[in-house]
Write a protein that binds this ligand. Structure first.
Ligand code: TA6
Length: 308
C-alpha cells in the first residue's frame, strides 16, 4: 500500500491541477486507491486511476446504473470487480500465453490524468496509458491509449488506441460494463436477434440467436460478432430500460455468471448474480482490430437509463 502521506500529496497535486470546484475532485477511494469523484446536479460517478475504472455512475433522478461487487478487491495487483473494466489488448485468456493475465493489462495499471473539464454533455475526464518496459514484457508492441469518460444525463465512454511503434499490430478491446439490474431472471435484452455468437458455455460453439430478445435463465457467456447495433435491457423490477449504444465496435458480449460460477469467483458474492448483467462493447475474435504504425482506432459506448 502506498504510504498515506505520499498518497495525500498525490491527491493534493491532482486537485490543484484538475479539480472543478463543487463538481469534481480526487480523493482516497477503497483500499486507499486514488479516485475521481464527480458530483453535480445532473449526475455522479467514481473513476479510479487504477485501470481508469468507472465503479459508480447514476443520474440523480435514477438508481445507480452500474454494479460493483461488495466483495471486490481494491489493490494495485487485482482488477476491480464490476463497474466498467477497460480490456486491452486481448480479451479473456491470451492464446498461446497461458500465464498471461485474463483480459489484458490495461485494467490493472495506473492511468494518468490528462484533463477534467465541463462540456455541454457533462463532466469529461480524460485518462491516458502508454506502453512501457513492463507492458512490452507482457505484449511486445508500443501503444498509447486515451480514455474519456463523460458523466452527464448518459455515461459516455470513449477508448482511443494508437499504434506508436514501427510495426502493425492486432488487438482486442472491450468496455466490460456491469449493469445494475433488479433481477436478471426478469430482464429482456433486445438488439441481438439474428446475430451470430460464440457460446462460451457450450465449447465455443458458433450459433445464431433466433429469438427477437434474449432472456437469462442460466450461466450466459455469449460473444456476438459483427454487430454495431444498440442493445436495450428492459428491467421491469427497476421500472427502467437501459440503452447501450456504441460506435466503432463490432462485438457485443453478454455475461451473467449465474450460481455455480458466482461461487467460484472469490471477489464476487454468491448472491450477487441476480443483480448484474454485463453488456460489453468490444472488438474481439473476428472483430479484432489491426492498426498500422501511427494509426488510431476509436470505440465508443453510451449508456442511458430511461424510466418506464
Ligand atoms: O466477458 C465475459 C467473460 O469473458 C467471462 O468469460 C468471465 O471470465 C468474465 O469475462 C469475467 O472475467 P474476469 O477476468 O473479470 O473474472
Amino acid at each position: 500500500m502506498m504510504h498515506e502521506s505520499h498518497n495525500d500529496e498525490v491527491i493534493e497535486q491532482l486537485n490543484r491541477q484538475f479539480a472543478l470546484a463543487g463538481m469534481a475532485r480526487f480523493e482516497p477511494g477503497e483500499g486507499g486507491l486514488v479516485r475521481l469523484n464527480v458530483d453535480f446536479p445532473t449526475a455522479q460517478a467514481d473513476i479510479y486511476l487504477h485501470g481508469a475504472h468507472v465503479t459508480h455512475y447514476r443520474r440523480h433522478d435514477s438508481p445507480p446504473l452500474l454494479f460493483t461487487s461488495a466483495c471486490s478487491e481494491f489493490n494495485r495487483e487485482t482488477p476491480i470487480r464490476g463497474g466498467v473494466p477497460v480490456i486491452f489488448p486481448w480479451f479473456g485468456p491470451r492464446s498461446g500465453h497461458p500465464s498471461a493475465p485474463l483480459h489484458g493489462l490495461a485494467r490493472t495499471r495506473k492511468w494518468s490524468v490528462e484533463s477534467v473539464r465541463i462540456s455541454p454533455d457533462g463532466v469529461v475526464a480524460c485518462f491516458t496509458l502508454a506502453s512501457d518496459a513492463e507492458t512490452r514484457d507482457l505484449w511486445p508492441h508500443d501503444f498509447s491509449l486515451r480514455y474519456s469518460v463523460t458523466v452527464g444525463a448518459s455515461l459516455g465512454l470513449s477508448l482511443q488506441v494508437q499504434n506508436t511503434c514501427q510495426r502493425s499490430f492486432t488487438f482486442e478491446e472491450a468496455l466490460h460494463t456491469y449493469l445494475a439490474v433488479g433481477d436478471v431472471r426478469n430482464v429482456e435484452i433486445e438488439g441481438l436477434s439474428d446475430i451470430e455468437y460464440i457460446d462460451k458455455t457450450d465449447n465455443q460453439a458458433r450459433k445464431r440467436q433466433k429469438d427477437s430478445s434474449l432472456r437469462i435463465a442460466g450461466e450466459t457467456d455469449r460473444v456476438y460478432l459483427g454487430t454495431q447495433d444498440e442493445c436495450v435491457v428492459h428491467d421491469p423490477a427497476m421500472n427502467r430500460r437501459i440503452r447501450v449504444g456504441k460506435e466503432g465496435s463490432g462485438t457485443t458480449v453478454v455475461w451473467n455468471p449465474w450460481i455455480a460460477k458466482s461461487k467460484a469467483l472469490s471477489d464476487f458474492g454468491d448472491e450477487e448474480w441476480p443483480k448484474m448483467l454485463c453488456i460489453e462493447t468490444a472488438n474481439v475474435v473476428d472483430n479484432a482490430i489491426e492498426l498500422a504504425p501511427g494509426q488510431t482506432h476509436l470505440m465508443r459506448a453510451r449508456i442511458t437509463a430511461e424510466n418506464l
